[in-house]
Design a protein around this ligand. Structure first.
Ligand SMILES: [Zn+2]
Length: 174
């Protein structure tokens, strides 16, 4: 088993031995997660996932609360930036043949005793990340922000010199 597989095992959720009713589970996502599963422009993070599992006789309900910060890059000055994220999601685990096309239902085999949450956690973080990530007004690095063209005034075209600068900055970082 390689390091990545081992890491993914941390997100296993075993439900077969649980009694009916509510149970709590807690998962953590750290820099490694973002190393193994790439997000656009994201360099790391620290996210807590609380799972309230409610076992019923024929299905399992999962109430997930995702909360934390993701390390990213500011779209305005290219400086590092912590993006705070939080979301709640309700999912259901159902058993047997796949039946309907509901994104909130995870279908598993009748005799399955666990699921792995890594794909789900990836999706939930991905969905809640803002498209445009910038520092608060006045918090950007002024050396870089001054060269950015005002998109609203132009026709939405990006100044090629600005693109070059971005590339340069990216290269310096690597
Ligand atoms: Zn900035």
């Amino acid at each position: 088993m390689d390091r990545k597989d081992k890491y993914i095992r941390n997100f296993d959720l075993a439900f077969s031995g649980l009694s009916e009713g509510g149970h709590f589970f807690e998962y953590w996502v750290d820099d490694k997660f973002f190393e193994y599963f790439s997000f656009d422009g994201t360099t790391g993070g620290d996210v807590n996932i609380d799972v309230h599992l409610i076992k019923r006789s024929t299905f399992i309900q999962l109430d997930l609360n995702i909360k934390g910060k993701v390390k990213s890059t500011c779209d305005r000055c290219l400086g590092s930036l912590d993006v705070r994220i939080e979301s709640n999601e309700e999912m259901f685990i159902k058993f047997g043949e796949y039946q309907d096309d509901d994104d909130n239902i995870i279908w598993v085999d009748q005799d399955e005793d666990h699921i792995n949450l890594v794909d789900l956690i990836y999706e939930l973080i991905h969905v809640v990340m803002p498209l445009r990530k910038t520092h608060d007004e006045g918090q950007c690095n002024p050396d870089y922000i001054l060269t950015e063209p005002k998109e609203e005034e132009g026709r939405g075209e990006i100044d090629p010199r600005w693109e070059k600068l971005k590339e340069l900055k990216k290269k310096q970082k690597n």
